[in-house]
Design a protein around this ligand. Structure first.
Ligand code: ZN
Ligand code: ZN
Ligand code: ZN
Length: 372
């Protein structure tokens, strides 16, 4: 069940679309450095991201050119040879001088968020009149709309994470440390085809009230409510799902009520998904349910984030993000309530925008799970 490989035509189309979008945004071009952006545009993933400058220059009306260290040129050419032109620099040479001839001296460029500061500073020194904006800030939609092959990968990653959830319901919780359950979750993600595990949050009892608690030495007890949030990359694309479970299956009335509220908030966020709605509409829809339920002050993060080649990327489902949803976008809807010192509840699905609404890539039961 391997997915359809991306082709040179795919990469070429992505690069020319991005160059056009850069021009529309008033930029001289885009500077793409190793990481998810370079993978997206060329398929090239250097074996190590190092201090040696590698940068792809995308400029409207010009052939894409990748500036690479000479010793890495064969690898880069192997990955991307039909889609871009290459130029190289050797150790002992100034890479920023090498890059200079491909850039306009007073151009304003969008640059990958993941570019090392030393590279940006080197470019600024070589081209003192140039200017830069971050890609996520300047062009949040650059990788946001997925094609059918990307959607298939994200759907498969979601299904694999769902399998991991079914698996984790069968392992013992009571009497074991959070990190032991987290290790089980990581193993399940790998077993179901993930190549990389990005996070395995096991927030038991009071630790569940910290949304980014990972997992620690706390020994899980009977009666605890446990937030399980896990994901990573499968076939290069991300999964990210959260379910909340109770150890022993006899939760307090308050845990039950809070969980029901978060479940209804997650559903309201999902039902707000349609082309033309805005990112902040999704946040508002979910937040309204929790506000109306009286727990608004305990929902302390945005409702969601984009997902694709990484597990967290723009645009964000947050107040102030007026970007309209477009069919093919994929993002999380993950409202939560966090009661300090007591417990937390979060429910998270990855959702894609369809022509008529939304479709979930996570389909395990949303109800409070029971573990033992
Ligand atoms: Zn997060
Ligand atoms: Zn998550
Ligand atoms: Zn998430």
């Amino acid at each position: 069940m391997s997915s359809v490989p991306f082709t040179t035509a795919d990469y070429t189309a992505r690069m020319s679309r991005a160059a056009d979008a850069a021009a529309e945004a008033g930029l001289a071009g885009l500077l793409i450095t190793p990481g998810p952006d370079l993978t997206y545009f060329t398929g090239y993933r250097p074996t190590a991201i190092t201090e040696r400058l590698t940068v792809l220059v995308l400029a409207p009306g010009r052939e894409p050119v990748m500036i690479v260290p000479k010793l890495e040129r064969p690898d880069a050419e192997k990955a991307a040879k039909d889609a871009v032109a290459f130029t190289d620099w050797t150790d002992g040479q100034d890479p920023y001088e090498a890059a200079r001839e491909h850039l306009s001296p007073d151009g304003r460029y969008g640059i990958s968020d993941a570019a090392w500061a030393m590279h940006l500073l080197g470019l600024q020194a070589a081209l003192p009149a140039s200017g830069y904006v971050s890609l996520s800030g300047g062009m949040p939609m650059l990788r946001a709309v997925k094609d059918e092959h990307e959607l298939a990968r994200l759907e498969a990653a979601g299904a694999a994470a769902d399998e991991a959830y079914h698996g984790i319901l069968k392992v013992p919780f009571a009497g074991r440390r959070e990190i032991d359950v987290a290790a089980d979750l990581a193993a399940l993600l790998i077993e179901h085809g993930h190549s990389q595990v990005d996070f395995t949050v096991v927030g038991s009892g009071p630790n569940g009230a910290n949304p980014h608690h990972e997992a620690g030495e706390r020994v899980i007890a009977e009666g605890d409510t446990v937030v399980l949030d896990f994901g990573g990359l499968k076939d290069g694309y991300g999964s990210d799902t959260t379910r909340t479970v109770n150890v022993g299956g006899a939760p307090s009335d308050e845990v039950r009520a809070v969980h029901d509220l978060v479940l209804r908030a997650q559903q309201a966020g999902f039902e707000a998904v349609r082309p033309g709605a805005t990112c902040q509409d999704i946040d508002r829809a979910a937040r309204k349910v929790i506000d109306d339920g009286g727990y608004g002050e305990y929902f302390i993060h945005r409702t969601g984030h984009g997902i694709g080649l990484t597990t967290h990327e723009p645009p964000y489902m947050v107040e102030g993000e007026a970007q309209e949803l477009v069919a093919g976008m994929c993002f999380s809807i993950e409202p939560g309530v966090y009661l300090p010192g007591r417990f937390g509840v979060r429910i998270e699905d990855i959702v894609t925008v369809t022509d008529s609404g939304g479709r979930r890539f996570n389909n395990t039961p949303h109800e409070l799970g029971t573990v033992h």
